[in-house]
Design a protein around this ligand. Structure first.
Ligand code: DAH
Length: 315
C-alpha cells in the first residue's frame, strides 16, 4: 500500500485510492467496523495501521499539490522591468509643516514652546489680559460662550497669562494653538490658529520686538530683506500697541501681527512687578502666514478635508 501511494502521480488518482480505502465500503472502513471482534493487540495494531495510512495519504497529497503549484508558476513570467504601482506617500498637512517651521525659528531665538487649554476661563482669556467684564474691547472678538461661563479660547494671549502665572519673570515663550471666533468667510474660519510671543525681562524695549519679528519673517519667507511698517494700534493688554505690516511682492502692504509692550496691569495680574520687569508680546494667525506662503486665497481650504493636502500633491 505504501508503495502504491508513493507512486501515484495525480491528485485525482490519489482521491480515488483514498476512497477505496477510507470510503463507505473502503477496505480500512470495513476492517475498522470489525474491530470489536479483535483482541487488544490486534486492535492496537489496526489503529496504528490506520493512522499511518492516513498520514501517508496526507503527505502525498501535499507533495502533489506543491508540484502542481510549481508547474503552474513555471508557466508564468515575471517582468522585473515593469514599472511598480505608483506609491502614494502621505505627508504632513501644510499647516503642521508651517507650525514646525515657525516653532523651529522661534526656538532658535530662545523662545520656549507653551500650550494651554482650548476651553478657557474668563480670567485667562480676558480679565487677566486687562479686559475686565465691562471693557468694550471684549466686543473686538466674537466669542463662543459656554453655558458655564467659560469660553472657547479666542486668542492664544491666554497662554501668556498661564505661562507667567506658572514661571514668573524673566520669561521668553511662544504659545501655539487653535482659537475660536464666530466668523466665517474667505479669510476667517471659526477655528483658526494663532502664535503668541512673549518676552519679559529687565530692559526689554520695542526695538527688541521689531528685531525679532524682522528676523523671524525673513527666515520664514526666506527673504534677504524685508520692509516693515509699524502702525499704532490698540489692544487692552499692551501699551503702547502696534500693528506690523510687511511689504509683499513689491507693492502690497499686508497686516501680519499685533504686538506691543505688555501692559503693567497684565504683569501685575501675574504677580510680576512692572517697575522691575517689562516686556513685549506679539500675536499672529499662523494660518494666515501659511496662506501667504502657499499663495492661497481661502483659509477654508485648509480645513475642507481634501486628501490632496495629505498626499504631497498640494494645490
Ligand atoms: N490677541 C490678539 C488678537 O487675537 C493679537 C495680539 C495683539 C497678541 C497684540 C499680542 C499682542 O500678544 O501684543 O487679535
Amino acid at each position: 500500500m505504501q508503495e502504491q501511494i508513493k507512486n501515484i502521480k495525480t491528485l485525482d488518482e490519489l482521491a480515488a485510492l483514498y476512497a477505496s480505502v477510507f470510503g463507505k465500503n473502503g477496505t480500512m472502513t470495513v476492517r475498522l467496523k470489525g474491530m470489536r471482534d479483535l483482541d487488544n493487540d490486534a486492535r492496537a495494531e489496526l489503529n496504528r495501521e490506520n493512522a499511518t495510512l492516513r498520514e501517508l495519504f496526507k503527505v502525498r497529497q501535499t507533495e502533489l499539490e506543491n508540484a502542481a503549484l510549481m508547474e503552474k508558476l513555471s508557466g508564468q513570467k515575471l517582468d522585473a522591468t515593469l514599472n511598480p504601482m505608483p506609491e502614494n506617500r502621505g505627508t504632513l498637512h501644510p499647516l503642521t509643516q508651517c507650525l514646525r517651521e515657525i516653532s523651529a525659528i522661534l526656538e532658535s531665538f530662545g523662545y520656549k514652546c507653551h500650550t494651554g487649554p482650548e476651553i478657557e476661563d474668563d480670567w485667562h482669556n480676558f480679565t487677566a489680559l486687562n479686559t475686565p467684564a465691562y471693557h468694550p474691547a471684549r466686543d473686538m472678538q466674537d466669542t463662543f460662550f459656554l453655558p458655564n461661563g467659560n469660553v472657547m479660547r479666542t486668542q492664544t494671549s491666554a497662554i501668556q497669562i498661564r505661562a507667567m502665572e506658572e514661571s514668573g519673570a524673566p520669561i521668553k515663550i511662544f504659545g501655539i494653538g487653535a482659537t475660536y471666533r464666530k466668523e466665517m468667510d474667505a479669510t476667517h474660519s471659526p477655528m483658526f490658529h494663532q502664535i503668541e510671543g512673549l518676552y519679559v525681562d529687565k530692559n526689554i524695549t520695542l526695538t527688541d520686538l521689531i528685531g525679532d519679528v524682522r528676523a523671524f519673517l525673513k527666515q520664514f519667507f526666506q527673504m534677504d530683506d524685508i520692509e516693515l511698517r509699524i502702525r499704532p494700534s490698540y489692544f487692552p493688554f499692551t501699551e503702547p500697541s502696534i500693528e506690523i505690516d510687511m511689504k509683499w511682492q513689491g507693492n502690497k502692504w499686508l497686516e501680519i501681527m499685533g504686538a506691543g509692550m505688555v501692559h503693567p496691569n497684565v504683569l501685575r495680574n501675574c504677580n510680576i512687578n512692572p517697575d522691575v520687569y517689562q516686556g513685549f508680546a506679539f500675536g499672529f494667525g499662523w494660518d494666515r502666514l501659511a496662506m501667504l506662503k502657499y499663495n492661497l486665497n481661502d483659509i477654508r481650504e485648509f480645513y475642507n478635508g481634501d486628501v490632496r493636502w495629505l498626499c504631497g500633491a498640494g494645490f
